[in-house]
Design a binder for this molecule. Structure first.
Ligand SMILES: [Zn+2]
Ligand SMILES: [Zn+2]
Length: 146
């Protein structure tokens, strides 16, 4: 799929009816169209990166994903401070819904509660990777030049 046909590229680059919760030069955030929890936001890079499989270990993607996570954390902190668990992560292909990298930011509880299966790394599908786990994989080795 070309970037111009990508729904998330359109949200990130073209003014649409989607209300952005946050935007800067690297990322935008908006509500999941089909929320699975008390609060359910998506943070996406403006650059078209298809999936977590396209991320590489090193400073560039490590910094990008760290930034996405920080944006998600502060949005949930602001909108769902009363929730007892915030969860952040990505679906790995073939379990991702849209081929444009998106960080799921969930303030629990899940609604309806069985939705937890979709956002659990221990679920039967095993397709969900927590943001912190992904960051460990992307972390530049301490010997590489920054
Ligand atoms: Zn895209
Ligand atoms: Zn997804």
């Amino acid at each position: 799929m070309s970037a111009s046909a990508c729904i998330f590229c359109q949200i990130a680059r073209i003014p649409t009816t989607t209300r952005l919760l946050y935007q800067d030069e690297l990322v935008v955030a908006f509500q999941d169209i089909n929320p699975s929890a008390f609060r359910h936001y998506l943070v996406i890079p403006i650059e078209h990166i298809p999936t977590v499989k396209n991320l590489q270990r090193g400073q560039q993607h490590y910094t990008l994903v760290t930034h996405m996570l920080n944006v998600g954390k502060s949005l949930l902190q602001q909108d769902a401070a009363q929730s007892n668990e915030h969860r952040f992560g990505f679906h790995q292909p073939p379990f991702n819904s849209v081929d444009h990298l998106h960080l799921h930011c969930l303030a629990l509880p899940f609604i309806p509660c069985w939705k937890f299966i979709k956002y659990s790394s221990l679920g039967p599908l095993g397709g969900f990777i927590q943001a912190e786990t992904l960051l460990e994989k992307l972390k530049p080795s301490q010997f590489s030049q920054i």
